[in-house]
Design a protein around this ligand. Structure first.
Ligand code: SF4
Length: 344
């Protein structure tokens, strides 16, 4: 299979055949009796200055993928090539501590929950200024000036510098998280469900802020989410994950207008639309998402797929380019005529 990562002309991040397996152990001696294949051969590329949306149901491995890229988790195998503006291409998967420390200046992560990701005992000045101090980039008044600048950048008043997180709303706290992530002038932001803990009205403001910052600072985003409408709003390219694997990837319009994988079709049909009264023929996915500790044979989606045929039970479909720049892992792409959001 041609590497999917090659699909992008000038990527800032290339993930190649990434795997993260967790051992299942039993007994006093903790004998290994199996593996949870949380991420099982994932490849994609984040184009420079653009957003790749990584979408899928909870437990599909998207958050584990994000943590592997930041090296919060060490991958079982695969490559994570980050094109650092100073260091050049670095394989984060195998980088030593010193190299990781350097690379992480340019790669930052934003987490889902702005309530638990801020230390309640630290002031906003200390929270946002911490990366500057740890990396010895500024001290004293310089830190305060830079934090004030970052607060203005994310739409917060610098007069709140000495307040504690509890004094802010959920949306304001997420702005503090974003300001902290921007402190070191990163090039790539990995945003893990950054708006799913926020009220719907605040979600749109936060997404707009992220888009403005992207334009202003030429940022690249890996945007991890389960909500298809959020992903569509912000992404240039979308990769759909199912049980640890990418099953479809293409430019956002292509995925939403002409889905090529039955799982994507089902996700799109169940996504909320602005006209709740509209007559829609939803595709109800039967059963649960399979466990990555014991996935089905063949195509992992076959127990829930309404188009499944006998070969799907034993033969694993490869992720292949089924139209220019459009990748899908299904044996019967060419035979299926799947529905987009508009057509349902
Ligand atoms: Fe469905 Fe078969 Fe395609 Fe899998 S390979 S998505 S089971 S039709």
């Amino acid at each position: 299979m041609t590497n999917v990562a090659d699909a992008s002309a000038s990527p800032i991040l290339e993930v190649r055949n990434l795997k993260k397996y967790f051992p299942i152990t039993r007994g006093l001696l903790r004998r290994e009796v199996g593996q949870v294949r949380a991420v099982d051969g994932v490849s994609f590329a984040v184009p420079t200055g653009k957003t790749l949306g990584l979408v899928g149901e909870s437990g599909c491995g998207k958050t584990t993928t994000g943590h592997c890229i930041m090296r919060g988790l060490t991958p079982t195998s695969g490559e994570i090539i980050f094109h650092d503006p100073v260091l050049g291409p670095v394989d984060v998967a195998t980088a030593d501590k010193k190299l990781l420390f350097q690379v992480r200046r340019n790669m930052q992560m934003i987490f889902q929950d702005p309530y638990s990701s801020l230390n309640p005992r630290m002031t906003v000045l200390d929270i946002i200024g911490e990366p500057l101090v740890v990396n010895r980039i500024a001290r004293g008044q310089e830190v305060e000036d830079r934090v004030a600048e970052l607060m203005r950048l994310v739409g917060l008043s610098p007069s709140y510098l000495r307040r504690f997180p509890h004094a802010f709303s959920g949306g304001q706290r997420q702005r503090i998280v974003i300001a902290r992530a921007l402190a070191l002038n990163p090039k790539l932001i990995i945003a893990d469900e950054p708006v799913s803990a926020l009220d719907v009205s605040i979600q749109a403001q936060t997404l707009n802020l992220l888009q403005d910052l992207q334009e202003q600072l030429q940022l690249s985003y890996l945007f991890i989410a389960h909500d298809l409408s959020v992903v569509e709003h912000i992404s240039d390219v979308v990769a759909v994950m199912y049980v640890g694997r990418v099953v479809e990837m293409a430019e956002t319009d292509a995925v939403y207008q002409t889905p090529k994988h039955p799982y994507t079709e089902a996700l799109l049909s169940s996504a909320p639309i602005p006209e709740p009264e509209a007559n829609r023929d939803r595709i109800i996915l039967s059963g649960e998402v399979p466990s990555p500790a014991d996935p089905p044979s063949g195509c992992f989606f076959h127990p829930r797929c309404r188009y499944a045929k006998p070969p799907c039970v034993n033969d694993t479909p490869a992720l292949r380019e089924v139209a220019p720049g459009h990748w899908a892992a299904c044996h019967f792409v060419e035979e299926l005529s799947l529905r987009s959001v508009q057509a349902t």
